[in-house]
Design a binder for this molecule. Structure first.
Ligand SMILES: Cc1cc2nc3c(=O)[nH]c(=O)nc-3n(C[C@H](O)[C@H](O)[C@H](O)COP(=O)(O)OP(=O)(O)OC[C@H]3O[C@@H](n4cnc5c(N)ncnc54)[C@H](O)[C@@H]3O)c2cc1C
Length: 267
């Protein structure tokens, strides 16, 4: 199948992209196209206008305000995987990026596109929730910052409003004492996972975040779990956070969380 006809614009600034979206009857932005292009070809999405963000240099930048890294929405998984930019993240961003699909997808897929797409099984939503990151969104009314936990509203649903685009992700710096772990269970290499565990423990900053992801909806924080949490405590937390899952899925998710905690504990 081929995509339905659409108009196409390729602005070079965020302001021009927002302007193109204003008044567009059914406008959609194109980032890496790794999720959107198949949807177009299957006609699951039939926008009248595609606004290609690929030529907007300001969306590919990375900077630091002293406490948080600002990662442009169009930064690709591959750029993060390759360590092109230095982050005070103890290597977590590169590790997570390297596990997204396979290299051809990572070369084009973007961190902003992944968050905006909000696939429940995607890696960035869970990892960035564990990191307590925030999303910067720009729209006709200006720019706003939203915590990842509030930005993600459900499966393929976000807090983005009409005419808004994700411009950056803000990731807090980890202290040198921080520990993290990320573990996902996939049936085949390069496929979306069935279960994700993501952990960030940063005592100097008072941060302790354990996330269970690849659920039917958004990833969730599991309260009260420490690095040395017993398997029974993990199983109880998983079951309490997702009572809708069956026993097999509870076990799968508990294993992912347990292994993420084990990785975070490893010397
Ligand atoms: C074979 C395959 C395997 C994959 N496996 C995994 C995996 O294991 N883990 C994983 O995490 N991901 C996986 N992905 C998805 C991949 O990570 C994509 O990169 C990601 O989902 C979308 O990013 P994109 O930049 O390609 O966005 P696009 O496909 O261009 O856009 C996706 C959606 O987000 C919207 N959008 C994009 N950017 C913005 C923005 N800045 N502001 C507002 N809206 C925006 C678009 O309008 C569209 O609706 C896989 C993809 C493929 C094709």
């Amino acid at each position: 199948m081929k995509a339905a006809a659409f108009d196409y614009v390729a602005p070079t600034t965020v302001a021009a992209a927002l302007e193109a979206l204003v008044g567009a009857e059914d406008g959609r932005v194109l980032a890496g196209g790794q999720s959107l292009a198949p949807m177009l070809n299957l006609r699951l999405a039939m926008p009248r206008l595609l606004v290609d963000l690929g030529g907007i240099t300001e969306l590919r930048g990375v900077s630091n305000d002293g406490a948080r890294h600002r990662i442009g929405a169009m930064v690709t998984h591959a750029v993060l995987e390759d360590g092109v930019h230095a982050f005070a993240d103890r290597g977590m961003l590169a590790f997570v990026a390297a596990g997204v699909a396979y290299r051809a997808v990572r070369n084009r897929g973007t961190i902003g596109g992944s968050l905006a797409h909000a696939d429940p099984a995607a890696d960035w939503p869970s990892a960035l929730l564990a990191l307590d990151a925030a999303v910067v969104v720009a729209g006709p009314a200006g720019s706003r910052e939203i915590a990842v936990g509030e930005f993600l509203r459900g499966a393929f649903a976000t807090a983005l409003e009409a005419g808004e685009i994700v411009t950056a992700v803000l990731v807090p710096e980890l202290s040198p004492q921080a520990r993290w772990g990320y573990y996902k269970i996939c049936r085949k290499a390069g496929e979306f996972p069935d279960a994700i565990g993501a952990v960030v423990i940063d005592p100097p900053r008072g941060v302790s975040r354990v996330v269970m992801g690849a659920l039917d909806g958004t990833p969730v924080l599991l309260p009260g779990l420490s690095l040395d949490a017993a398997p029974e405590a993990i199983a109880t937390a998983v079951a309490a956070a997702a009572p809708e899952l069956d026993a097999v899925d509870h076990r799968l998710h508990a294993v992912a969380v347990r292994r993420a905690l084990a990785r975070a504990s490893a010397p």
